[in-house]
Ligand binder design. Structure first.
Ligand SMILES: C[S@@+](CC[C@H](N)C(=O)[O-])C[C@H]1O[C@@H](n2cnc3c(N)ncnc32)[C@H](O)[C@@H]1O
Length: 272
């Protein structure tokens, strides 16, 4: 008879799908990426986790699925872009506008820990209940030295002061994934562009035509705000999948996230 306290046999462990491969064929819409025909592998952003980190994230997936109708996490393509940008450049001072249930906070926290960083992610959300929830997971993950959560409006001027103080300098990277509202995004861009270090970047999720429908006021969302703001300031903007309007099947997209990703970089003054 099998001893329930014993470790699973090597054979049973080998038969269990590795990490996120178990998400393939799940029907909840949060697992859409894992069902693409060409993604039958564990994405590098999840493969890089330690076993303990993966187990915590797996528990987070289960818990958020029970508690949130839509856990609202960044897609695998979007978190992978950020992961490469941060990990490939030793980025140490990051601000996030919008942490919700904590997915991007946990994954960026795990990455920053692997990079040996402390006080590296200052994350803002206007909702105190989701912040309490994310705080619990951040503590469980042992990331309290690396991540600070703040309840405030991500367009509030004092958020910049708090972020600089926690990070020990001007942010190098600001991730905007908050209201999706045109007017609010304009305010965030005004605020955080002047706050980032020269050469630093603002990355905006939901910068596609498709994602304009996320603006509850119907004013054109992140895409309209980002394009107008960049044009008025004479700042270059690059949007990945900005053209996606929802008619393109994910199987045909190269960058798979139809919500798009916008990039603004603050130029450095020439040294010469
Ligand atoms: C799409 S979710 C963020 C998901 C998160 N980045 C992740 O990958 O798990 C958007 C979050 O923005 C927050 N938000 C909305 N309006 C905001 C505002 N004005 N200031 C700060 N946060 C806001 C919401 O409360 C929500 O938690």
């Amino acid at each position: 008879m099998m001893d329930v306290n014993s470790e699973p046999s090597p054979q049973a462990a080998a038969e269990r799908p590795a990490r996120s491969l178990q998400f393939r064929h799940r029907t909840h819409n949060r697992y859409w990426w894992y069902n693409i025909s060409e993604t039958a592998y564990v994405p590098p952003v999840l493969a890089a986790l330690s076993d303990a980190e993966w187990q915590l994230l797996e528990a987070w997936f289960e818990d958020t699925e029970r508690r949130f109708p839509s856990p609202g996490e960044l897609s695998v393509p979007a978190i992978s872009m950020l992961w490469a940008l941060i990990g490939g450049n030793g980025i140490s001072r990051i601000v996030q506008a919008g942490h919700y249930a904590g997915y991007s906070t946990l994954l960026l926290g795990f990455l920053l820990r692997a990079m040996g960083k402390r006080h590296a992610l200052f994350s803002i959300d206007i909702d105190s209940a989701v912040t309490d929830y994310t705080q619990q997971w951040t503590e469980r993950a042992g990331l309290t030295d690396i991540v600070r959560l703040s309840v405030t409006d991500s367009a509030a001027a004092d958020a910049v002061i708090a972020a600089r103080s926690y990070l020990g300098g001007m942010p190098q990277l600001v991730l905007i994934d908050s209201s999706h509202n045109y007017d609010h995004t304009l305010k965030e861009l005004d605020l955080w562009y002047q706050a980032v270090v020269p050469g630093g970047m603002i990355v905006m999720h939901d910068a596609s035509i498709f994602a304009q429908s996320f603006d509850a006021a119907g004013h054109g969302g992140v895409r309209r705000a980002a394009l107008e703001w960049a044009k008025n300031r004479g700042v270059q903007i690059w949007t990945l999948n900005g053209f996606v309007d929802g008619s393109q099947p994910v199987e045909d997209l190269t960058y798979r996230d139809g919500c798009g990703l916008g990039f603004l970089q603050k130029p450095m003054v020439s040294a010469g």
